[in-house]
Ligand binder design. Structure first.
Ligand code: TXA
Ligand code: MG
Length: 357
C-alpha cells in the first residue's frame, strides 16, 4: 500500500488551460502517478492506461473492487485504433457524431490494453472527453489515460476539485481544478459488441440521441430498477453507488401527490428526531418553505430543463452529507432524455428505497 503523500492542487483555466500546468500534470502521469482532472461529465482519476502499476494505484486510491473495469480516455482516433481489435462502422459514426462528448464505447480490445484496465474482459471502454483541460492533458501525456470517476468507491461522483480533495487528499499526486463539471452525470456506456447496441449505463448522451444514429438501441436490465432480474452486464453497475451518508428515499407520483407525500414524510421523520433534507425543483420548492419544513432544502433546477437537475444532483447529495442530513427525500423525474440517467443515479443512491403513490 503506497504511503500518504502531499496532493498538489493545480488551479487551471478551464477554457484556455495554462500550458505549464498541463505539462506539470502530464509529467506526473508519464512517471506513473495518479492525477484527478476535470471532464465535462464528472472529475476523473487518471493514470497511464498502458502502465499496469499506475493503473493499480487508481484502484487503491478509490478503494475500488478489482473486477470493475476502467474507461480509457483518448484524444484522437489513432489512440482508438491502437487500443481496439476492430472498429465497426457504426462506432465510427457515433464517434463522428458525439465525440468529444459524454459517450463511452465498449469495443473488442487490442493486445495493448493491460488486463488491469479491463478487469480481464476482452473488451475496452473508450471515450474522448469534451473538456479542454482533459483533452490537453491526454495530448500532453501522449498516452491514453485510464480514469474512473475521482470519488471514493461508493460515494457520489465529484463535480468539483474540492469534492475530489475531500475524498482523495493524501492518496493521489495531484488534482487539476478546472471549475465545476457542466454535465454533472457520467457518460453513457454503450456496448457495441452485440448485434443490437446496449446501453450499459445511461448518461450524458441520451437513448433518443443514440437511436437517431443507430435505430434500435436496447437498455441493459441492470440499469433500471432491480427487480431481481438479470445481473447488470456492466461490472460497475452491481456495486453500491452514489450513496451519501444519509438514507435516500425516492418519492414517486404526480407533482401534487409527490409534494404532499414528501411533506408528510418530513413531518414523520422530524417527529422521530431525524435531520431531514429534501431534493426539490424550482417548481416545487415553495411547497417546502412552510411547515413542516425540512432541515435542509436543495433546489436542483427546473423541471423544464432537466440538464440543470443533472448538473446539480451529485453536489446536492454531497451537500446533504456536509449538513449532517440523516434522511434525504428526493423527488422523481420522467425517464426521458437525461431523465433516464438522473433516475438511474437516484435509484442507486437510494438503494431502491422507493415510495410509490
Ligand atoms: O463520464 C464518465 O464516464 C467518467 C469520466 C471521468 O470520464 N468516468 C466514469 O468512470 O464514470 P467509472 O469508472 O466511474 O465508470 C465506468 C463504468 C463502470 O460502470 C464500468 O463497469 C463500465 O464503465 N465499464 C468499463 N469498462 C467496461 C467494459 N469493458 N465492459 C463493460 N463495462 C465497462
Ligand atoms: Mg464511478
Amino acid at each position: 500500500m503506497p504511503a500518504r503523500k502531499r496532493t498538489k492542487y493545480i488551479k487551471i483555466d478551464p477554457q484556455v488551460p495554462e500550458l505549464h500546468k498541463i505539462r506539470l500534470a502530464a509529467r506526473i502521469l508519464q512517471r506513473g502517478g495518479v492525477v484527478a482532472f476535470p471532464t465535462e461529465t464528472v472529475y476523473g482519476l487518471g493514470a497511464n492506461a498502458l502502465d499496469p502499476h499506475a493503473v493499480r494505484r487508481i484502484f487503491w486510491a478509490k478503494g475500488r473492487p478489482q473486477d470493475n473495469p476502467l474507461i480509457v480516455h483518448v484524444a484522437n482516433l489513432k489512440m482508438v485504433q491502437a487500443l481496439t481489435a476492430c472498429l465497426p462502422s457504426r462506432a465510427l459514426e457515433l464517434i463522428r457524431r458525439f465525440w468529444p462528448g459524454p459517450l463511452t464505447l465498449v469495443l473488442p480490445k487490442s493486445g495493448l490494453v493491460p488486463p488491469e484496465v479491463t478487469a480481464g474482459l476482452d473488451t475496452v471502454a473508450l471515450r474522448m472527453p469534451a473538456h479542454p483541460v482533459a483533452l490537453a492533458l491526454i495530448k500532453a501525456a501522449r498516452r491514453p489515460i485510464a480514469a474512473p470517476s475521482a470519488n471514493l468507491s461508493g460515494k457520489p461522483s465529484p463535480t468539483t476539485g474540492h469534492h475530489v480533495l475531500r475524498d482523495l487528499r493524501g492518496k493521489i499526486e495531484a488534482v487539476v481544478d478546472g471549475g465545476p463539471a457542466w454535465v454533472g452525470l457520467e457518460s453513457t456506456v454503450l456496448d457495441l459488441t452485440s448485434p443490437v447496441p446496449v446501453i450499459l449505463r445511461p448518461g450524458g448522451i441520451t437513448r433518443e440521441q443514440l437511436q437517431e444514429v443507430l435505430g434500435e438501441v436496447s437498455l441493459d436490465p441492470g440499469t433500471g430498477e432491480n427487480r431481481g432480474g438479470a445481473p447488470p452486464k456492466s461490472p460497475g453497475m452491481k456495486y453500491i453507488h452514489y450513496a451519501p451518508e444519509g438514507e435516500v428515499y425516492l418519492v414517486e407520483g404526480d407533482l401534487f401527490a409527490m409534494t404532499s407525500r414528501i411533506r408528510e414524510l418530513v413531518a414523520l421523520f422530524k417527529r422521530q428526531g431525524r435531520r431531514v433534507a429534501v431534493l426539490a425543483t424550482a417548481e416545487t420548492a415553495p411547497q417546502y418553505t412552510r411547515d413542516p419544513r425540512p432541515d435542509y432544502l436543495e433546489v436542483l433546477g427546473s423541471r423544464q430543463d432537466l440538464s440543470q437537475v443533472a448538473a446539480h444532483l451529485f453536489a446536492a447529495l454531497r451537500n446533504c452529507d456536509r449538513h449532517g442530513m440523516e434522511v434525504i427525500l428526493a423527488e422523481t423525474f420522467p425517464e426521458e432524455g437525461i431523465g433516464l440517467a438522473i433516475m438511474n443515479r437516484l435509484r442507486k443512491a437510494s438503494g431502491n428505497r422507493i415510495i410509490r403513490p
